[in-house]
Design a protein around this ligand. Sequence first.
Ligand SMILES: [Zn+2]
Length: 209
Amino acid sequence: MIQEVKLDKVKVLAQYLPAEAAPLISRWIDYFVCEFKVSRNRNSKFGDYRHPYGGKGHRISVNYDLNPYAFLVTTVHEFAHLHTWNEHKHRVKPHGSEWKANFKQMMQPFFEKDIFPPDVKKAIVSYLDNPAASSCSDLNLYRSLRSYDAPKAAVITVEKLSAGAVFKIKDGRVFRLEERLRKRYRCVEVSSKRVYLFSPVAEVELVED
Ligand SMILES: [Zn+2]
């Protein structure tokens, strides 16, 4: 049973970070006794580490909407905070030389597995060698990480569509645009054949022209 739960953790992690990295991150979660959460909060932070406090243990959260490489780098970044906390508590700066040395050391296993594309690896290495670098201040690193984001679905307003275009709305329902009325667009839901009126500026996702 315990084995099963463990396998599941690896499987869940592999949905967010490169699959080859999942077993080691899973072992870190156990080894450091850390509550690890994939955060769905829409905030500007990539990740967050909280040290043990008020009866709670180590807590790490990483934002769900990062691409696998950015998710992994952020995860290692936060585990380096945890490790640095275990070693030094409040005695050192959050992104000081101790954290940096730990981050560098904890990235090594992933370099050895050759998980990163060459440009990302290069950016991480130069980030690690830059003594001034901290979490998000290295634009080069985050730029190269971001270049691996999946392309965002093309959002378009209804008035830009031509008659016959098929589009999807946020809840996943699919419509075909029929014609322009005076102020609205008459559309038919493909599955139910029901007629709906759309505002010209409704944002939809084009499925086919
Ligand atoms: Zn940090």
